[in-house]
Design a protein around this ligand. Structure first.
Ligand SMILES: NC(=O)c1ccc[n+]([C@@H]2O[C@H](COP(=O)([O-])OP(=O)(O)OC[C@H]3O[C@@H](n4cnc5c(N)ncnc54)[C@H](OP(=O)(O)O)[C@@H]3O)[C@@H](O)[C@H]2O)c1
Length: 328
């Protein structure tokens, strides 16, 4: 038996507890990893409330990413060795001492990064990479408007945009968050408490609008997002933290400016897609992570026994970057 964070029922953070579960066993092509750190995602908060069930076949245990050491190899695995430091995206099961991962999903953890930093890589960077380059088709010199710029996904996106030679402008809820986004490479920031971002976007794109908008907010931003897109602009709907239902959409605007609205979800993609994405991300940003040009932004590290407190902290929207749990 091993320890994991389990839930007595769905609900508030106090349903989370540490208890014993069966030791996972690696199947053919899989690797058993001794998890040293995992990181929180908004999806964990929804799953804890019973609003986001894991996909069929995935662990019921929370946790979409982890970093740790290879503990055991399943049949046929030759790409890694026992003891290697790795990190990976998971369909679930990261809040545990051990997790099984298909070998193709593993990323080697560069020696300059701690396990806490490694746990902060997979979900945000793979989400940012997928939506910027695969779905968004970002070109150098284009401008991306990143909402919630200081979020985990936002801080990763800003750095990948910089690495690609493109520009990012952000919105966030505090001046301190905007400063952090600028320090990571954003060109300008807008505090949304000061009102609509439409004029801000026009000002920083010479009146052309943004080529890509990374939106996590949804309904309340929809009209201003459409108004802020350049010709051939792509609105990528990554989250709906502010609501899902929009009142009206003038389809004439889509035609007139050849706009695209793209919905995206990483977790439900096929394993083959995720393996391909992991390889493409490493080819693009692996060296930059190893030499410090790109950094996983860790807001705070909690002992996993304080997982309830960590969930409450994420719900308070105070983090800049990732909230990590050290798993001991
Ligand atoms: N589709 C996918 O595949 C995928 C994958 C990963 C994540 N996501 C989604 O991406 C979003 C960001 O995730 P994350 O882990 O990076 O988040 P995070 O680090 O927890 O940051 C979220 C930030 O969003 C801002 N925010 C929250 N509610 C808001 C609202 N109603 N209006 C405006 N701003 C709000 C807050 O910052 P301020 O102080 O600036 O308001 C908050 O700190 C989430 O919705 C998550 O579910 C989607």
């Amino acid at each position: 038996m091993v320890l994991a964070v389990t839930m007595s029922s769905f609900g508030e953070p106090d349903v989370l507890q540490i208890s014993e579960v069966e030791t996972p066993r690696p199947g053919p092509g899989e690797v058993l990893v001794r998890v040293r750190a995992t990181a929180l995602n908004r999806a964990d908060l929804l799953q804890r409330r019973g609003l986001y069930p894991p996909p069929p076949g995935a662990s019921e245990i929370l946790g979409l990413e982890m970093a740790g050491e290879v503990a055991e190899l399943g049949e046929g695995v030759t790409s890694v060795s026992v003891g290697d430091r790795v990190c990976a995206l998971l369909p679930g099961g990261g809040y545990a001492q051990y997790a099984c991962v298909p070998a193709g999903m593993l990323m080697r953890l560069p020696t300059n990064l701690t396990f806490a930093q490694g746990a902060a890589i997979p979900e945000t960077f793979l989400t940012a990479y997928l939506n910027l380059f695969v779905l968004g088709r970002l070109s150098p010199r284009e401008t991306v408007l990143v909402h919630a710029g200081a979020s985990g996904v936002g801080t990763s996106a800003i750095q990948l945009i910089r690495l690609a030679g493109a520009n990012s402008i952000v919105t966030a809820g505090t001046e301190a968050k905007i400063e952090r986004c600028l320090s990571l490479g954003a060109q300008a920031g807008w505090n949304y408490h000061d009102g609509s971002f439409v004029d801000f976007v026009q000002k920083h794109t010479d009146g052309h609008g943004a080529n890509i908008i990374f939106d996590f907010i949804g309904a309340p931003y929809f009209a201003d997002n459409i108004a802020s897109l350049a010709i051939d602009g792509r609105l990528i709907v990554i989250g709906t933290m502010g609501g899902t239902k929009v009142d009206a959409l003038d389809l004439g605007q889509l035609l007139g400016r050849r706009l695209q609205i793209i919905g995206t979800a990483l977790r439900s993609r096929s394993l083959a897609d995720k393996i391909e994405l992991t390889a493409a991300f490493q080819a693009f940003a692996g060296d930059a992570l190893a030499n410090g040009e790109v950094v996983p932004v860790v807001d705070s590290v909690f002992d996993w026994r304080d997982v309830q407190e960590a969930h409450r902290y994420m719900e308070s929207n105070r983090n800049t970057g990732k909230i990590v749990l050290n798993v001991n």
